[in-house]
Design a protein around this ligand. Structure first.
Ligand SMILES: [Zn+2]
Length: 468
């Protein structure tokens, strides 16, 4: 049955990180613990109220569009998408239909169709016979990105969604947590044996990347099995049941006609030329470094891609690392810092007790440089790591004060070695008899006596000389 091709397009919604809602002054805080506190006559659709466009939300979508190389609309308008549901007070949602803010572009090798701006619905909660609605989320700015149907595997879809999440976080456009519903992925899938697409099914209620991937695998199998058994696929919307690991039929899919879209007469048309800071050049200049550009920069500094992915996967952590590397780092220092960052710094962060402060990034860099210059060895560096990285301590001053500066001076080390050899006659005899393994024990004693500050290679050399 391998002759079937799966084709997937994604529709991804993301709640934008603005202070206020999309069309009113209410606080944008959909996760607030107390329901129905961030509401006003506008987002509750009282008669006679008028919406005002949140320009920051427009700007964030334009930034995303710029980052993916899309074409930004010179002119845009908002439309009413009419449908009746308890979570939508106006009985229509303000969205963009004919004139989205962004068309085209590409992210992670996936072509983008469009990105538009709309408002989120309220949150419904069902408990037994009762249903509750929290309008704190109603009117929160929501970005919708639609990809071309060019994805063919679950892995590709997951990778795209993760890349978009990283981009949104990098731009500060959205926190994009799938588990919190700040980012929602819908899968449009069909299978076909020919160049013509098969019947498309939409899958919703997906609240993790893993669930998106699993839904694609499940639907592909269901489609193929249905077709092979002589059945037909119905165009419909299906939900993802996380517990059962399968999709289920929700409703027959509406078409655009069902929504009777029309331009919202209460909202003035958006002309980008009215805002000089929304020109292509101004947005380009204001754009933070994208994940793709970070990859290129770190690769040029000699970091392997697996390390780069770890570093750039968290925006705040990467900002700290980038500040440590600075504009003038060289390959050897960058690699040293990357190793310490991934093996030591991140381990301390995982425990959750410490947070990174960018003010201490240069102290971290200085620590790496001290190792490369041979002032301290790697073991001392690891011992000083917490104080330097999290408290901003001066590594050089600490090492000097504690007598941890690397001793590579033989004159200084010889008396220490002689003392150790005198105290361990049996071991010395074994070494003389050719039992090389005991050399490590003596080196260890030397490291202990120098509080880890000696150069272990040099200690081994001196021991061999002294007993030879
Ligand atoms: Zn409001």
């Amino acid at each position: 049955m391998s002759e079937y091709t799966t084709t997937v397009g994604l529709e991804i919604h993301a709640e934008l990180k603005t202070n206020s809602k999309m069309f009113c002054g209410c606080k944008n805080d959909p996760h607030s613990a107390t329901p129905n506190t961030h509401v006003c006559p506008v987002c509750m659709a009282h008669p006679g109220t008028l919406p005002t466009v949140n320009e920051r939300a427009v700007e964030l979508v334009l930034m995303v569009g710029k980052a993916i190389g899309g074409t930004l609309a010179d002119f845009s308008e908002f439309d009413r998408k009419n449908y009746f549901y308890p979570d939508i007070p106006k009985a229509y949602q303000i969205s963009q239909y004919q004139y989205p803010l962004v068309k085209g572009g590409e992210l992670g090798g996936v072509k983008i169709t469009r990105i538009h701006l709309e408002e989120d619905t309220a949150r419904s909660q069902h408990e037994g016979e009762k249903s509750f609605v929290d309008f704190n989320r109603a009117g929160v700015p929501l970005m919708e990105l639609v990809t071309e149907p060019v994805i063919h595997t679950a892995e590709q879809a997951g990778a795209f969604a993760r890349e978009l999440q990283l981009l949104l976080r990098t731009l500060g456009a959205s926190d994009a947590n799938m588990e919190r519903g700040e980012m929602r992925v819908e899968v449009n899938l069909s299978v076909s044996k020919t160049d013509t697409f098969g019947t498309k099914v939409e899958v919703k209620n997906i609240n993790s990347f893993k669930a998106a991937e699993a839904a694609i695998v499940f639907e592909t199998k269901r489609h193929i099995e249905t077709l092979e058994a002589g059945g037909t696929i119905i165009q419909e919307t299906r939900g993802w049941d996380e517990n059962k690991g399968k999709t289920f039929s929700q409703r027959i899919k509406e078409t655009a006609d069902d929504y009777r879209y029309f331009p919202d007469p209460d909202i003035p048309k958006l002309l980008r030329s009215d805002r000089p800071d929304w020109s292509d050049a101004a947005l380009e200049a204001a754009l933070p470094e994208t994940p793709e550009k970070k990859r290129i920069r770190y690769a040029a500094l000699g970091l392997p891609s697996d390390q780069i992915e770890i570093i750039i996967s968290d925006v705040a952590r990467e900002a700290f690392f980038a500040a440590a590397v600075g504009d003038d780092s060289y390959e050897k220092l960058t690699k040293t810092l990357a190793n310490y960052f991934i093996t030591d710094v991140l381990a301390h962060l995982e425990s959750g007790e410490r947070v990174l402060d960018r003010a201490h990034a240069l102290a971290f860099r200085a620590l790496g440089a001290l190792v490369l210059e041979g002032h301290i060895n790697s073991r001392v560096a690891k011992d000083l790591m917490v104080e330097v990285v999290f408290d901003g301590a001066d590594a050089k001053a600490l090492a000097e004060a504690r007598g941890l500066v690397q001793r590579s001076n033989a004159d200084e080390l010889i008396p220490i070695i002689d003392e150790i050899l005198a105290a361990n006659p049996t071991v010395v005899a074994e070494l003389k008899a050719g039992k090389d393994a005991v050399l490590q024990f003596l080196v260890g004693q030397g490291m202990k006596a120098t509080k880890g500050s000696a150069n272990p290679g040099m200690l081994a050399e001196i021991i061999k000389q002294r007993i030879g």
